[in-house]
Design a protein around this ligand. Structure first.
Ligand SMILES: C[S@@+](CC[C@H](N)C(=O)[O-])C[C@H]1O[C@@H](n2cnc3c(N)ncnc32)[C@H](O)[C@@H]1O
Length: 261
């Protein structure tokens, strides 16, 4: 791999340490969001597909079950190893590659689908990622992005606050893009937007959220204090609530499906 920038290094380090937390029992193993995005895609078995920032491999496994020929890539080697193991345990083979989402080691027009799920908020340049995806897609190929986002109605200050909470939880967080920003990036890369949606997604609870990223005690306190001090408008924006003594809230998830001409 070429030399990584600071954001890429932070992600490689964070996920290199946390790979064991992204196995079969992780909420990302539930793939209803992927099914909703590409369940009716007409790609034949054997189509070459690329899953970028594959993490525990749950999206890659979905692709393999569709009969597609999956290449999975990530910036953290332990993540790729775990993901490839998951596919092997399910009886699927795959290709793997270690690379940053901003710079793919693939020829132009190689893939029928490029996907990235719940990862682009770590990328140092979502713009370069979308350009790379557009470059490696075959004519007629698809880009699927599913990621955390901010509500359409959030003010810039509220978006900054949500991002700050994410950054305290996991210092390798870069930025949650709005739905409009994803549409703009896809269009600028020459893709046609077929689907662009925001869905409210309930976080399991605050403790789970900290455990998944191994948040430091100091940063847990910062998140708690910030939620406590939030204005009623900010609390309403994320539907902050308390269920059986557990703090819960709703994050937005963006789904973008775009196609190359
Ligand atoms: C939450 S996991 C992804 C989950 C996975 N896509 C799924 O559907 O199960 C986030 C992954 O993004 C990877 N990542 C973060 N920044 C990256 C970058 N710039 N390039 C490639 N991978 C990156 C991390 O190493 C980690 O494995």
């Amino acid at each position: 791999m070429k030399e990584l920038d600071a954001t890429q290094r932070a992600a490689a380090e964070q996920f290199g340490k946390q790979s064991a937390n992204y196995g079969r029992t992780h909420i990302l193993a539930k793939t209803a969001d992927i099914e909703a995005a590409i369940g009716d895609l007409d790609l034949p078995a054997g189509s070459p597909v690329l899953d970028v920032a594959t993490g525990g491999g749950h999206t890659a496994l979905y692709h393999a079950k569709r009969g597609w020929d999956v290449t999975l890539g990530d910036i953290a080697a332990p993540m790729i190893e775990n993901a490839a193991k998951l596919l092997a345990e399910e009886g699927f083979s795959c290709q793997t590659a270690l690379f940053p989402a901003e710079d793919f080691p693939f020829e132009a027009e190689s893939f029928a689908l490029v996907s990235s799920r719940v990862a682009p908020h770590h990328f140092s340049s979502p713009e370069k990622f979308v350009r790379e995806a557009a470059r490696v897609l075959k004519p007629g190929g698809y880009l699927m992005v599913i990621d955390g986002s901010v509500p359409d109605e959030a003010t810039p200050e509220q978006a900054a606050w949500i991002n700050q909470i994410e950054k305290w939880r996991d210092p390798s967080h870069a930025r949650l893009l709005s739905r409009t920003e994803w549409e703009t990036l896809a269009t600028a890369a020459g893709l046609t937007v077929l689907q662009s949606r925001l869905d409210a997604f309930k976080q399991p609870d605050l403790e789970w959220y900290f455990t998944a990223a191994n948040t430091s005690p100091e940063n847990r306190q910062k998140v708690l204090a910030s939620l406590d001090a939030a204005t009623p408008e900010d609390k309403a924006l994320i539907q902050l609530g308390n269920e059986d003594g557990k703090i819960v809230w709703w994050w937005q998830r963006v789904t973008l499906l775009a196609q190359k001409a």
